[in-house]
Design a protein. Structure first.
Length: 209
């Protein structure tokens, strides 16, 4: 199970711009928050989430699928509403994100061991002048106009047994940029993130060892 999010950062967002009940295929929960410009909503059994704040809009899908069609469709509706505003869309940045946990295979290496293998432990100890508990990896990839930041870490909740992976695909957005064209890059972002996850899962489980 992973969590995909599409995040729009900017100014002047207002929950009343959107029809929150029509965004996702599952019914909206009754425990929503809506006051002033702010709204926070969940759908189904927290399968989907939608949050609006003056400076940020977050659409979330908890599922095995990466940047699912349902999530992209909801983001498209949000983008259309923002693009139609007379004062401009107000978006300054757009993120396509994934967080996922890969379980340790029976008899396989732990997340902590795997991350240690991605670094030169002796060089790090020499550089910082002390022992250290664990290593984490941060990688930046530029692809198709999107800046991807990958974090590969031992999973804290499993005491380092599993592997935690986070991918953030970032785009800067200008006032004159067409928001719909920026959101349309979700398809290529999904392909890239899926390829990263497939490769990491295969390596972590030891299929290539």
């Amino acid at each position: 199970m992973g969590t995909s999010t599409i995040v729009l950062v900017g100014i002047g967002f207002d929950r009343q711009l959107f029809d929150e009940r029509s965004l996702f295929p599952e019914p909206m929960g009754r425990d929503y928050v809506a006051f002033g410009q702010v709204g926070q909503y969940s759908y189904g059994t927290n399968t989907y989430r939608f949050a609006v704040m003056p400076d940020r809009i977050v659409l979330q899908h908890n599922a095995d699928a990466v940047l699912s069609d349902e999530l992209n469709a909801a983001a498209g509706h949000v983008g259309e509403a923002l693009q139609s505003r007379s004062q401009g869309h107000g978006v300054t940045a757009l993120g396509f994100n994934l967080e996922a946990v890969f379980p340790q295979a029976d008899g396989g290496v732990s997340g902590e061991e795997y991350c240690d293998r991605l670094c030169n432990r002796d060089r790090i100890q020499q550089a910082i002048g002390s022992e250290f508990h664990e290593a984490q990896c941060r990688v930046v990839v530029l692809s198709g106009g999107v800046r991807y930041t990958l974090r590969i870490e031992p999973h804290l909740a499993s005491n380092g047994a599993n592997l935690f992976v986070s991918v953030n695909g970032h785009q800067d957005i200008g006032p004159a940029d067409d928001l719909r064209s920026k959101l349309s890059k979700a398809g290529s972002a999904r392909e890239y993130i899926e390829s990263v996850c497939s490769s990491l899962a295969r390596e972590f489980k030891g299929d290539e060892q």
